[in-house]
Design a protein around this ligand. Structure first.
Ligand code: UDP
Length: 194
């Protein structure tokens, strides 16, 4: 079930159900975009209609932030629980390791994704990290980054370019990349890199 908050449709799924939905997306082989919607994004989206449209075109939208959970409650349409980008990413890791899904990490300063990948591989044995690229590339290098991701054929693509650029980037290239599930994860790679 989707809940409407300030024009954005949010999926009312707890973490477990969200992970399950993403597993189904991976099995489907179709292309999906996941947005973890935080209050900053929703606030900006009130002024920038294209940001709202992007959310509502996404296949899965999670309530990221206590502000969103609180606002849904106040609006009389409570969501089950907060599902943040980093929590979702970490909850997907054991499932990905078990399922043999390929993971691609895109974004953050050079070296950060490598460090994050190392920590994830240590923590989740068997995790298949099929590609890494930092997030400080120029617009004329975008095609090359897209080509890299396409060639790596990941099941999950985590994009840490900051909000809303990461959401716009996924929306622009998702069909070309053909990745089953792409998720914008903000500062998560920095956190995982430690
Ligand atoms: N970032 C990036 N390229 C850029 C700008 C930012 O890769 O051109 C990365 C940045 O290094 C950080 C991540 O995007 O790891 C998220 O940045 P921030 O915390 O500002 O975004 P938010 O969490 O607010 O979406």
């Amino acid at each position: 079930m989707r809940i409407s908050l300030l024009g954005a449709q949010i999926d009312n799924l707890n973490m477990q159900a969200t992970v399950k939905r993403i597993s189904e997306m991976v099995s489907s082989g179709e292309v999906n975009q996941v947005v973890t919607l935080n209050p900053e994004y929703l606030y900006r989206a009130q002024e920038e209609g294209n940001l709202l449209e992007l959310v509502n075109k996404s296949e899965l939208v999670t309530p990221d932030g206590t502000g969103i959970v609180w606002a849904c409650k106040m609006a009389g349409v409570p969501v089950e629980e907060r599902v943040t980008g980093i929590d979702l990413m970490l909850n997907l890791m054991p499932v990905a390791a078990k399922g043999g899904w390929g993971i691609f990490l895109l974004g953050s300063a050079p070296g950060v994704a490598e460090e994050a990948a190392k920590n994830l591989a240590d923590k989740y044995p068997g995790l298949k990290i099929v590609g890494i690229h930092h997030g400080y590339f120029m617009s004329h290098e975008e095609d090359e980054v897209v080509r890299l991701i396409k060639a790596a054929k990941p099941e999950l693509l985590f994009v840490a370019l900051g909000m809303p650029r990461q959401e716009q980037w996924i929306a622009k290239y998702k069909d070309e990349m053909g990745v089953p599930v792409s998720i914008g994860v903000g500062g998560s790679l920095d956190v995982i890199a430690g």
